[in-house]
Structure formats: C-alpha cells, structure tokens
Design a protein. Structure first.
Length: 694
C-alpha cells in the first residue's frame, strides 16, 4: 500500500532589528511598517532601543495651597505666580513669583511676607507677564500686571516697586530745545523721543533765552509733577530742583542769587522763581519774588539766558489716554532683533495680545522693557483677529494668529553718515531706526494653542485645537508649503481629548523630541530623523508623515501646566506640584509600559503558517517583569509573566520564547512590562504551510 506524501513546511525567519518607527494609529494593523507599533504606552525609541519612559519624581519646595498662574519664560525656565487668596482683593493683596529651572532648582522672587501689592476690584488673580530687564536698568525683572501697570523686582535687595515709585517706566523726552515766544535764530535739528505707551508722563527740555515771556507746551492739558532748572553765576553752574504744586500747576525754584536769576546785582539778596503752567492754554510763564516776601513780583523778570541748551526740564503728566493700554496687561513677549542677538537674545522686547488692540505687535526701545514708543508698532492682518503666540525660527520672528501666520525680520536702519559718526549718532541711525517688515507665511493655518509652540531642531512645532500638529518647514513668502501637518499617525489619540484639554496643552523639548502634554498624556515626536529635517523636500506629504516617529506616555497626575528643559533635565509643573523626569520609577513605583507590533503576515497573509519560536533582543536593566501575548486571527494566546534582568549588567541578551502558534495567517506581538525595559529587536521563526489549508 502506498501512502500519499504529507505536505512539507518551508521554514523562514523575519527579523525586525529596530522598532523605531513609532506609533501608527492611521493605517490598518496589517498595513503599518514592520518597524512601527499599533499600540504603545510609556515606551520610546532612544539610544538604539525601545525603552520604558523615564520616571516622574516629585520635587519639594514649590509653595502649595495658593492660586497660581504659570508662564513659560523660555525653553529652560518657568515663572510661577502665587496669589494670596486669603485677603480681599478689593482692599489690595499680594503676589510673589517662583522661578523654576529645568534642573529643578527654584528661586523665590519675593514671598508671602514680601510680595508685590496690587489692587483688584474683583476676587480673581490678575494676568501677569514677566520678563528679564535689559542691561543697565537698575533692576532685574519687569512684570506687567493686568489692571495695575508695571512692577519691578531687584534680586539683590529683594525689593518690589510699582511703576513710578521705581522711576519707571521710562519718561521720554518729547520736546528738545523748547523755545520761548521771542527766541531768535534757527532750531537745532534734534529728534525728540516718542511718547511711551506705558505711561502718560513726558519730559520737555527748554532753553531759556533771557527775552521770552511765554513758552509754549507741546500740547494742552499738561500738568507738571517735577522740574529742574540749571542756572549760572559766572562760570559756575548748578541745577536746582523745583517744588511742584500739581493742583495749581506751580513750580517754585528757591534761593537763587541775582546773578543766577539774570537780575541786576543788588535787586535782592535772594530770589524765588515761580513757573506757572496754564494747562488749558498750553503755555507757561515765570515770575520772581524776593525770598521770604509775599509782595508783588519783580518787574521785568524773564527766565535768564542759558549757557547750554535744555537747562529747564519739565516732567509733565499729559491727557494722552495711555492708561487703559498700560493697565490692561500684555499676554505675550519675546526679546528679538539686533544682528548679534542669536537664537535667544534680542535688543527689542516684542509684545502682543493686548485686549484693546489684539492684532497689534509693539516693540520696546533698545534694551529697555519699560519704554514702548507709540510709533513702534505694526498691525498684523486686517480682520482684527488676535495674535496668539510669538516665537523665533532662524532670523525670523514668527507671529501666530488663530488662522494664519506672519513673520518679520530685523532690517538694520540706514548706514550712519559721516556727520552722524562725528556726533556719535551711529547707534540711532542703525539700531533705533531698524525696521521690521511683515510677511505672511500661511493664510489658513495658525495656532490657537499658544503654549504648544516650541522650536525643536531649528523648526517650530505646534498643535491646533482640532488635534493636529504642524511644522513650520519653510519661510518663503512665495511658497504654499511653509506649514506641513505632522500628526496623522496619532491624530486619532489627540482627538480623544476634549477641546478644553487641547487648548490647555503645553509643550517642550526632551532629548531631541517635541514633547506635547495634553491632560496626563505625553506625545513625543522624534525630531532627529531625516523625515523631520527634510520634510519640505518630500514630493508626497503622506510619505513624510508616515516616516515621523510618534510615541505616547501616560503620566501620574491629571493635568500639567508647564514644561522646561535645558538639554539635560526636564521639569513638569502640575497643578501645585513640581516633577522631574529622571530615573526609572515614578517615586519608587515601577513604570508599567506596553506595546503591540504590527500584524506580521510574512509576505503571505492568506496562507496558514506556524510560529514555533520567537527571540527578543533585550538589554539587561534594573529588573522587570514581562508579559507576552500573541494576537492572531485565531485569538489571543498569553505567554505569562516572567522576570527579566537584575541590574547586574547592561549587556544585550537574547530571550527565546516558544509560542507554538499553529495554522495562523498573521500574528502581532504584544509586550507588557513592569519596570525598566530596553528592546533592541525581534526575530520570529515561521513555517509556511505548503499544500495545507488556506
């Protein structure tokens, strides 16, 4: 008797040396790349292996039990604002600030007993925007407080000061070489300063001529609050501080000699000079009286002839309505401009987000965050849509609105002339006259999640509230491909979050990855790949998108409000708790991670096959437990828990598993681990059934 020969099986192996393709929720499980994952939590590809995420460790020292606001000062630092909720804000309360650095160090600016006092008519903390002061300011920090104006803080003295009590904001010189009604000769051509949007105060410099009886003010409605007069007696000059009565518009300079007052010798022993400012008509005049007497003014007195220009300086309060602008607060600020500014520096403080002018970009005077000249502004767009974020990429300042993007670039002023060089006005010609022309980068995509904008590997990355992540890949005004979508592979996960969670999302950088925190979920984009760096060169956008590795983590706390990273350490700010990303446990609790590979069909998806063996290339870590599952078309088979690693070595080892899967069409490997895991590759041995059941 002859028996029919049984079908034989062709044996083969399939090796996936690098599970570095990230999470793919876009394609069907059998269509994703061999190196991609269909499910993943708390793993990422780093240093040549698929690893468990770092641990999240609580840090002590951040004040708790206070109402806080959080500001990302830069990529490396956060400002946390603490408000005292126990006091009635209508009667005045305090706030103080904690500077949090990426390495976990904290610096207190003030404290519960040494805070900045602010007034508030409702019981809500005001919005605050803080910046470091420019060089030579005499203080270290500026804070723009909603409904309260400008505050300064000096680290050495631990002293808060509000507005004019700290001699800030800068009071501009709006009138130079003011002349009287009988002055002769031509004016000296000197440009005055523009009014400061942070204050309604200005300075006016007059040159007294010994003949004029009236001097015009730049405008009506001006009231003096300070004055100085420089006088001469022979070759000796001195400056006298005036006594000011703001209500009556009177300035009194006491105890001048006759020579200093321009009077004949012997007229009086000493004289007092009074300057009367008529706010309604916009002029002022002067009288002189004998010191200590109440009698009639001395006849024929006029302010004496000055030996130098600008000898009478008047500090004036104006009717210019800058009060709402300076008190309503600012929302965004970034230092930018100057040929030597670099990636993070700048000589102008650019601000935006003011409630009364939402689409207006303003910038400060050079290195002076307390002086915003009224003419230093640009209107972004014509529809009034608010500016939502400011960021820098290369030499550009990028301006985001909700549905479009603009940019501006520092353009140096005119080359200084020989005369300007002689007069040492080269800085005025080149820096102060710099221009910032606007260019639109994209007419339809903007940013409504401003805390997600981050510069990673020289490209800006951000999320929009519809759950899409974008990359600014180009900056040409003639290109339609400046903004490219980067998140199709994880868009499904992002859109599971509520719109409120997405709007409150924050982002940072971590070891070359864009780190996006939405609720308690972290989404990492590897920004060191060729696809990220050369995105703009791909002819098909989908090809580039599928080559961008994304990973997802779950963190212990429900909400995070800030991220800071300095190239080594990373901190996460929860509601009232500070965490660092370090180690291999969450405050001593091992991290649980899981991932699932694609459905491997071994190039024959319709044919039955056996999988007798599986090899995992693992790095010996600090010790973990593995649970392996095999997801097939015939169900799920579990391989059970097994311990792995004792931390004695970091060498790579091979784990041999024997799943003995029979007559399956495809298989996906699901790995769950408790503790630190590093997987470098997977090898599957399969037997393709020939002549067997399809």
């Amino acid at each position: 008797m002859r028996y029919k020969a049984m079908p034989t099986a062709a044996t083969g192996t399939m090796t996936v040396p690098r599970l570095s393709g990230g999470l793919n929720l876009y394609d069907m499980p059998g269509q994703v790349g061999d190196h991609q994952l269909t499910q993943a939590d708390n793993v990422w590809w780093y240093r040549g292996a698929l690893r468990t995420r770092p641990g999240v460790c609580r840090r002590e020292g951040l004040p708790t039990g206070t109402v806080t606001r959080v500001q990302s000062l830069n990529e490396r630092e956060l400002l946390v604002y603490h408000f005292d909720p126990s006091l009635d804000y209508a009667d005045g309360s305090t706030f103080y600030v904690t500077l949090v650095r990426a390495d976990g160090r904290m610096e207190r600016l003030g404290g519960p007993d040494n805070g900045a006092v602010f007034d508030r008519s409702v019981k809500e903390p005001p919005h605050v925007l803080g910046v470091r002061a420019g060089a030579g300011q005499g203080f270290d920090w500026c804070f723009y407080v909603e409904d309260n104006g400008l505050y300064t803080y000096t680290v050495a003295t631990q002293r808060w000061q509000k507005g004019e009590t700290a001699a800030v904001p800068t009071v501009p010189l709006v009138l130079v070489n003011g002349r009287g009604n009988k002055a002769t000769g031509e004016d000296v051509a000197v440009s005055p300063q523009a009014a400061n949007r942070l204050t309604d105060r200005v300075r006016c410099a007059y040159t007294t001529d010994g003949v004029s009886t009236l001097y015009p003010l730049p405008q009506t409605g001006m009231v003096p609050y300070r004055a100085t007069l420089t006088v001469w007696s022979g070759d000796t000059a001195r400056t006298v501080e005036g006594e000011v009565d703001t209500f009556y518009g009177l300035v009194l300079f006491r105890d001048l000699t006759c020579s200093e007052a321009g009077l004949p010798t012997g007229t009086a022993t000493r004289v007092n000079v009074s300057v009367y400012v008529d706010s309604a008509t916009g002029i002022f005049r002067a009288e002189a009286h004998r010191a200590g007497e109440q009698g009639a003014p001395l006849e024929g007195f006029v302010l004496p002839r000055a030996e130098l220009s600008g000898n009478l300086m008047l500090w004036m309060m104006t009717t210019t309505d800058n009060e709402p602008w300076r008190r309503r607060g600012l929302r965004q600020a970034v230092w930018y401009g100057g040929l030597a500014a670099g990636a993070e520096g700048g000589i102008h403080l650019f601000t935006a987000g003011h409630p009364d002018e939402p689409n207006v970009l303003r910038w400060s005077e050079v290195n002076d965050p307390t002086y915003f000249p009224e003419n230093n502004y640009a209107t972004v767009g014509e529809d009034g849509a608010p500016i939502t974020a400011l960021a820098k990429q290369g030499e550009l300042l990028v301006i985001f609105r909700e549905h479009d993007i603009y940019c501006t670039q520092y353009v140096d002023g005119t080359t200084p002339s020989e005369e300007e060089m002689v007069q040492r006005r080269a800085l005025e010609a080149t820096v102060h006259a710099a221009r910032f022309p606007l260019t639109q980068l994209h007419p339809g995509i903007g940013c409504d999640c401003p805390h997600t904008v981050r510069l990673v590997n020289n490209k800006l990355v951000w999320m929009t509230a519809d759950g899409r992540v974008h990359i600014l890949t180009g900056t040409s005004r003639f290109s339609e491909r400046n903004v490219r979508q980067a998140s199709p592979l994880i868009e499904q996960a992002l859109q599971r979050h509520s719109r409120e969670e997405r709007l409150a999302a924050v982002a940072g950088e971590y070891r070359g990855h864009y780190l996006l925190v939405v609720g308690n979920r972290v989404y990492l984009l590897d920004c060191q790949t060729g696809a990220f760096n050369q995105f703009q060169n791909y002819s098909r956008e989908e090809t580039a998108q599928k080559s961008l590795p994304w990973y997802a983590w779950t963190l212990p706390e429900d909400t995070y409000r800030g991220v800071a990273y300095d190239g080594t350490g990373l901190v996460l700010l929860g509601n009232d708790t500070l965490y660092t990303l370090a180690g291999e446990t969450d405050d001593g609790v091992p991290v649980t991670a899981r991932f699932t590979t694609k459905q491997y069909g071994f190039d024959h998806p319709g044919t039955r096959k056996n999988v007798p063996r599986l090899y995992l290339e693992l790095e010996d870590g600090t010790g973990c437990h593995l649970r392996i599952r095999y997801v097939t078309d015939r169900g799920i088979r579990e391989d059970g828990y097994r311990p792995w690693g004792d931390g004695s070595t970091r060498q790579e080892r091979t784990v041999r598993l024997t799943p003995h899967l029979q007559h399956i069409r495809h298989v996906a490997v699901q790995v769950e681990t408790t503790g630190a895991l590093a997987l470098t590759g997977i090898t599957l041995v399969y037997e393709l059934k020939k002549g067997g059941m399809p």
